[in-house]
Structures are given as structure tokens and as C-alpha cells.
Design a protein around this ligand. Sequence first.
Ligand code: PEP
Ligand code: MN
Length: 346
Amino acid sequence: MLIVMRHGATEQEIQRVVAVIREMGYQARPMPGAQRTAVGLVGNDGRVDASRLEGLEGVQEVIHVSKPYKQVSREWKAENTVVRLPGGITFGGPDVVAIAGPCSVESEAQILEAARAVREAGAVVLRGGAFKPRSSPYSFQGLGRPGLKLLAKAKEETGLLVCTEAMDPEAVAWVAEVADIIQIGARNMQNYSLLRAAGRAGKPILLKRGISATITELLLSAEYILAEGNPDVILCERGVRGFDTMTRNLFDVSAIPVVQKLSHLPIIADPSHGTGLREKVIPMARAAVAAGADGIMVEVHPNPEQARSDGAQSLYPEQFVQLMKEIRVIAEVIGRRVAEPAPVGA
Ligand code: PEP
Ligand code: MN
């Protein structure tokens, strides 16, 4: 529920509303706005009786948020959330941001080569997992903490921001030391203790849609992170399990405008996991940008044949160069622009 205060409501009137919400057993979230302050009421799992609040001094109206996800919804906040990263990079504004790099961090030479290549092509965020969620326990599980060190090195050398995955609550603090964006993978979208830890991490979170999650479930998972006090969530469509084996997943491009209607949070697209096939990644990345995605996440490997995970869907660096050229044109057509890396030494 949202309690919208009148324009010019006094601090005392706002504090009174906060106090009454607390007396009612809920949490109050004051949200000062350009025109007026609203006070969000959270902690309810159903409709709240608003009669005590409606009559308070300074209250203009009480809005019941109809969706099960509250703080994530557009009813709660009409304007887009803009997630701000170091170097002026933003998700959710006019820019389309490219995140690129290998599936996994494999060695110093591999991650440095990948970082240089994707930066050269115009990516501003380097991806690469040090902790890998793999379907088989016998597959490469990632380098772990040494992999984080290699990402830090690549970041220092190239100036790229880093996005990398945390798989459990204990690892969030280690990952947060290096990552500018902490990824929560598809398999962990409903790992609620991890979502809570992400909500306290003090870093933006990239939340990937679960393998068979509905859009409502994705937004409810994001709500866990916001409910812990972290407003900086970037959603990611990465394909859901379909019935056809022609592609690895069914890449749901329509999720982009659907989410944008329901939520103020930015949403990006991962056509690499969405299709699982190198030659399908470029057309689907183009489609995602045309559909209004706030960014793309693409797997690029300097030598995909040697990749220890997801080689078949990893682009060759020259393909990524081509993709970046194409999405610059598409972004311009829809009144956006692709974020450019800061000049070296800036
Ligand atoms: C990844 O980004 O490498 C990954 C494992 O993605 P997802 O969680 O979407 O499968
Ligand atoms: Mn991968």
C-alpha cells in the first residue's frame, strides 16, 4: 500500500504516518519525490485496512498495490529505476549496455584476452563466472576465489566493470569485493536465502529468470532483494525451457515489454543461454534491442572450441564486433544509444 502525502505535507505529518504504520505492525518506507512524498507500507500479505491512515493530516490518498510484488511494481513507482554504476554507466535510462565475456573464467590469459577483445568491440561490462552452476557435478565448476582475483586483474587492466555470479549467501561478500554487478543465475532465482543476502550486498544485482519461472515469479524474486533494502536490481531474460530441442531454451523476447509494463526495474536479455547456439545469438540480440531491452549479455570466448563451458554458444570475438555494430544502428532507430567504454586512462 502507498500513502501519498499532499504537496507541502510537513515532516511531522509524514512521521505521524510512519508511526501509525509501525503501530499497525508493518514497515514504513518514506519515499520523497519531486512533487510530493509517498510512504510505502510493506510487510502485508493481503489487503490492509487503510481507514486509520486515510484520516491522518497531510494524507492525500491511499493506493492499494494490486500486484503480489509491491516495491517492484509500476503501481508503487511509476518512473523507471535507473541503476547507476561507476563511470557513469546506467541501466534503465536511454543507454543500451553490452555485457560480454566468457561463460567461465578459465585462466589469466583467457580472461585478459577476452576482456581486451570485448572492450575493443564496445562492451562496458565484462562477464565471466568464477563460481559456475553446472547441471553435472563432474563438469567444470569454475576456479572459485582465484577466478575472482583474475577478474579483478582484468578489470584493472581494461577499466571494464565486472559482472560475476554468486551461488550461495556465503560467497556474496567475496563476489561483492570484485563485482560491480552480482549475478544470480537462473537456477538460483528462487534461492530465497541467496536473494536476501543479495538484498544486503550493497551492490547492484543481475537477477536471471529461472529455467521455468513465470514473469510473476521473477518479479517476486526481485521483491525479496528490494524488501531487504537494495533497489538496484537488473532483471534478465535468458530463455525458459520449451518443448522443442532445436534451441537450448525458448528465448522469450516478449518478456521484455511485458516486464517493462509491470515493473520499473531495468531488464536486459541474454541470447547466449536463450538459444544455446552461436549462430542464433546475433539475430536474437538484435531482436532484444529492438524490443526495448536495456542491455544485452553475450558470451564471447577468444577460442570457443577450447572453452570449458558453453563453447557452442560463445561468439568469436569478430562476431561480437559485428553484433556491436548492428545494435548501434538498431538502438538509434528506437531513440536510444549503445553505451561506449570510457577512453583508456579516463
Ligand atoms: C551464465 O550466465 O553463465 C549462466 C550460468 O547463466 P544462467 O544462470 O542463465 O543459466
Ligand atoms: Mn554460460
